[in-house]
Structures are given as C-alpha cells and as structure tokens.
Design a binder for this molecule. Sequence first.
Ligand SMILES: [Fe+2]
Length: 135
Amino acid sequence: MVHLEWTAALEVGHPEIDADHRAMVSLLNRLHAASSRSDQAAVRIELATLEALTRDHFAREERLMLDIRYPFAARHQKEHVHLFDEIGAQIDDFNEGLLGAAAIAQFIRRWLMDHVETSDRQLCAALARCCQRSF
Ligand SMILES: [Fe+2]
C-alpha cells in the first residue's frame, strides 16, 4: 500500500522543507492513483513532476545547508545525489517497460520516510539552533 496521509508527525519544523515534503507526499499519492487506474499518460506527468520537485527540493535544502555551514552537508548531499540518480534510473526502467510506477512510488515513499526521519530532522534541528528560534 503506497497511499500516505500527511500528519504532524511527518513535520520537521521548517516551513519550506515541510511544504516540499507535503507536496511530495501528495504527488506520490497521485502517482499511485494514476498507476492503479493504469493511466499511463498521468503516470508520465507525475513522474516528470516528481523529478522536478525532487530537484528543486534538494537544491533548497542544500542552499540552507550552505547558509549555516552545516557540518554534515557533504553526507546529506550524497544521499540526495544517490536518490536523484536512482529516480532517473527507475524512470528509464519505467519508460522501457521494465518497472511499474507503483514500484517507483513505493521506493520513493520508503526513501522519503527514512530520509525525513533521520537526515532532514537533523538538518532542521541545526537550522533552528543556528537561527536561535523555531520556524
Ligand atoms: Fe534532505
């Protein structure tokens, strides 16, 4: 089951990052819905949106890391690069008929949950400490 409800438990406390994550969750749900009704045109649109949204989101986080000279930036960025490469490879596999959209949505969902709970939560705590306030 891929459908995911956004709840406060998923929030990391930074408005821009939370807004991006919320958009990604909603996109994953749309991707899953399009895949469930075998709507290939909608799946392609959602996959392209996913790639763009992920790129923008990672760039935003990486700018924030630079702003505060985040000491774990290199490691965090490495996770982003790996995920972005993986999304590209999975979309290629989808286009060649080797992988279903539901499997891609499942993979991203798992990755997002792990990443948000660990790396993004750690980054947001550092951002809050740095700015001496919560967002
Ligand atoms: Fe991140």
